[in-house]
Design a protein around this ligand. Structure first.
Ligand code: TYD
Ligand code: MG
Length: 469
């Protein structure tokens, strides 16, 4: 028998090589190459595979009499009903306005973050309108049933939710073709396998080929498919580039395991804007939608604590008002500690340097900590001014009026730079009852019923936020 040939496939970009490398020559990531056996029954596998999901037999096709299938653009009808609500407004928002018929959505996230809970919740809301198939390749049907009871799905309601506990791709494809549900969930793609492919489930080839076969069926039968993909330690779905190219929409479900809020973020969307976020809260009965996320990330407004500042971060087109806290205190180490939660450490260090050099706050002998409420990741430059003021307030042991928001990017020269979407941020702050906004020198389009203080330097912002009493 001929010796089985192997190849080395990158977990990250999906490229394959005849030899092992520590660093992938394709995408330059380290330690992502995995050994895989090249299928020996290539011809059979490819023939079977080519027919998977096409519903055709492998009989020879003569090139004559092949019907022409292409249409002119004007012949294609624009289907106004193509989008349907998922039942979760937050999910609809990240999808760009609802589920597009026949679209492929990849939902990535760390294990245990709540992907299965989200999709079972969605299936629960959808099933009363049309048949929905939930393929639980990771859990048994009983486990899913238990979860559904926890989510409060009643027996009568579950009539049109079909569960399939199966890991074999061919069975899943057959079921999709016979049931023809409007929406199907594959939980997860890493647990599915195509038996004719000589590679382990979860390997790049399996994930790629299974997705391709599912895509063919979904597009042909007009099924909207939600595919769950686990994120690896490096923060990428196995074979992410390959999968991200294939699917229409890529959503990431993220959050801190110790906090209850969860963010659903769109990183690719053929039918809508990217970087849009949906906010959920994990409670004991599944996921609850949070339509006003600012309330989740604001502390107690009546209590003012030294070192606290409020900012307005923008996630996609969604402004979120978040409370930031900073603490500076004399260090007992040879080099002072700088720690952040939810704020980018490098930007924090840069802001500390600006405060020291341009404002003259001596921070080099002080430990400095900064955190956003709930650990929400606020990585955009518009939060700089809030961080700077929180540090200055902590240093002076003073409080910023809790009804003031700070918006602005801090430059290395100590200047306050303009930020995108200023009006959107101000509108959100006004809606929440903030009375004063310290902002970069930019034109504000509307009167929001707030005092607007424009500043060009960090020092001016400090004077405005921490007036001497
Ligand atoms: P799960 O959806 O299984 O995560 P994933 O599919 O992303 O791996 O979520 C599991 C976590 O969610 C688990 O830690 C328990 C928690 N959870 C709740 O807090 N409330 C609930 O109602 C449910 C169903 C789960
Ligand atoms: Mg799961």
């Amino acid at each position: 028998m001929a010796k089985a040939k192997t190849r080395y496939v990158c977990n990250s970009c999906g490229d394959d090589f005849p030899q092992m490398y520590g660093k992938c020559p394709g995408c330059a990531s380290w330690g992502t190459l995995q050994e895989e056996i090249i299928p020996t029954t290539n011809t059979n596998a490819i023939a079977t595979f080519a027919n998977l999901g096409t519903g055709k037999s492998s009989g020879k096709n003569s090139s004559k009499n092949i019907p022409r299938e292409s249409l002119t653009l004007s012949q294609i009808t624009d289907n106004q009903q193509a989008r349907s609500p998922s039942g979760y407004e937050e999910l609809d928002r990240v999808l760009g306005g609802g589920i597009v018929a026949g679209s492929l959505v990849l939902i990535g996230g760390e294990p245990g973050i709540g992907k299965s809970t989200l999709l079972l919740g969605m299936a629960q809301k959808l099933m009363c309108r049309y048949p929905t198939l939930y393929v639980c390749a990771e859990e048994s049907a009983q486990q899913v049933k238990l979860r559904s009871q926890r989510l409060g799905i009643s027996e009568e309601d579950s009539e049109s939710l079909y569960l399939l506990a199966e890991t074999d791709l061919e069975v899943v494809l057959r079921e999709l073709q016979s049931l023809r549900p409007k929406v199907a969930v594959i939980d997860s793609i890493q647990a599915l396998y195509f038996a004719n492919l000589n590679a382990a489930p979860g390997s790049v080839s399996q994930v790629r080929e299974c997705t391709a076969a599912l895509m063919r069926v979904a597009k042909r039968e007009n099924i909207s498919l939600f595919i769950v993909g686990h994120v690896t330690k490096e923060g990428a779905i196995a074979g992410p580039k390959v999968l991200e190219h294939m699917v229409d929409t890529v959503l990431y479900f993220e959050g801190d395991r110790f906090a209850t809020h969860r963010l659903l973020r769109s990183v690719k969307n053929r039918f809508g804007a990217t970087q849009e976020i949906g906010v959920f809260e994990m409670i004991d009965r599944g996921l609850r939608e949070v339509s006003n996320p600012s309330e989740l990330f604001l502390g107690n407004r009546d209590e003012s604590v030294p070192g606290t500042a409020t900012i307005v971060a923008c996630e996609g087109t969604r402004p979120i008002v978040v409370e930031l806290q900073a603490l500076v205190s004399p260090t007992s180490y040879s080099s002072p500690r700088r720690t952040t939660t939810g704020i980018e450490t490098n930007r924090f260090l840069q802001i500390l340097a600006v405060l020291e050099k341009r404002i003259g706050i001596p921070l080099s002998k002080l430990d400095a900590y900064a955190a956003s409420a709930g650990g929400l990741n606020v990585a955009e430059p518009a939060v700089d001014l809030g961080v700077a003021i929180a540090v200055a307030a902590s240093f002076r042991d003073r409080t910023v009026d809790p009804r003031t928001v700070l918006i602005g990017e801090v430059g290395l020269g100590g200047q306050v730079r303009p930020v995108p979407q200023l009006d959107l941020r101000l509108k959100e702050a006004a809606k929440l009852g903030f009375k004063k906004a310290i902002v970069p020198n930019m034109q504000v389009m509307q009167d929001y019923g707030m005092e607007i203080v424009t500043v060009t330097k960090v020092l001016d912002a400090i004077v405005a936020a921490l007036p001497r009493t």
